[in-house]
Design a protein around this ligand. Sequence first.
Ligand SMILES: NC(=O)c1ccc[n+]([C@@H]2O[C@H](COP(=O)([O-])OP(=O)(O)OC[C@H]3O[C@@H](n4cnc5c(N)ncnc54)[C@H](OP(=O)(O)O)[C@@H]3O)[C@@H](O)[C@H]2O)c1
Length: 398
Amino acid sequence: MRRVSIFGSTGSIGENTVDLIARDLAGYEVVALTGGRNIARLAAQARSLKAQIAVTAYPECYEELRAALEGSGIAVAAGPAALIEAADRPADWIMSAIVGAAGLPPGLRALRHGTVLALANKESLVCAGPLLMETARRYGARILPVDSEHSAVFQALVGEETRDVERVIITASGGAFRDWPLERLAEATLEQASSHPNWDMGQRITIDSASMFNKALELIETKEYFGFSPDQIETIVHPESLIHALVGFADGALMAHLGPADMRHAIGYALHWPERRDLPVERLDLAQISSLNFRAPCPKRYPALALARQVMDAGGMTGAVFNGAKERALDHFIAGRCGFTHMAELVAQTLEQTGANPLLREEITLDNVRAVDQMARKAVDEALSHSAAAQPLPAVWI
Ligand SMILES: NC(=O)c1ccc[n+]([C@@H]2O[C@H](COP(=O)([O-])OP(=O)(O)OC[C@H]3O[C@@H](n4cnc5c(N)ncnc54)[C@H](OP(=O)(O)O)[C@@H]3O)[C@@H](O)[C@H]2O)c1
């Protein structure tokens, strides 16, 4: 029996993880499931997987969760400290699938127990890559990438030496607006940005795909996880989303990883690693697909990519500024307080404004990352307007 916990079990990655585990429940002991506000779903998952504990990130949701699990024997808890306590519960494999920087503290805590951390939460590496990797090393823990692109790179590197790698190419679908005229982008609505051409994902990552902030995070993630230099990391628009990444070697060989646009592939690989097991995903019919297309990303359409380069070059805690500003700009876009293209402008402005701040050169600790994140979110609020500045910052993370 493998002991598993799923942080963010009620989200898109979480549900896909639950699906894989539920298919073979006899093989797993489910320790902790955590969610946010979707209490009905969290309680249903906890009952069906017979979890030891269910945790909501929000203290105000405690009573609803307690009532939903009454009589089940499943322990219930709420709040950020309860998430950390859940990460302290012994487990062999932990899925980190909370969205946003809020996923960092529990993932970091789990690593201190030497566990295998399946990392979907890309913000952890972007905000605190060196801290995360060093914590894993120090405590003998293992981080396995779950982002499909990084899982693809990881798989292409099996049996290879990283010193033989010339370049890594991360593919991008191009998102909802890949074929829109540039002049229309500024008027893109929330509904239009929330629909992805290929993948079924949470709302925030779907909007980040339309703006390419998602790909920007992934470029930084590639640098932090694999240790490649920024000039080795490329991206290309591949509208079919069937090749997830390619690794180019010193002899000119290019290894591509193909698979359906189904996150159960990357999750399943991380769940069964180092073995491969049968997974309930579609098998590609190449004759049916017949062609694969590629195009260079347009810098005007996707300014987030140049910002990612800036972040990779700057190092330190610039990634935490970038992510905090991006998350806050996205909050405002979702709330209708800023336009689609305005998000990249706000992030660029925040990077510019905070670039010389000595805090960014301090040691990368959880407290310092929090402080930098808060500074970036405040800068976005202040840049936007007085009404935005009046919106409270999320208590869960700050
Ligand atoms: N979806 C994908 O295909 C995909 C692919 C690669 C990487 N990722 C990454 O995986 C992570 C999760 O993405 P997703 O698409 O699964 O997101 P999602 O569908 O929005 O789900 C997010 C999960 O986090 C919980 N949550 C939200 N805010 C929280 C907070 N402040 N504290 C604690 N928990 C919180 C949500 O709870 P409630 O829903 O109950 O409120 C939910 O369980 C992200 O970092 C994303 O970039 C996703």
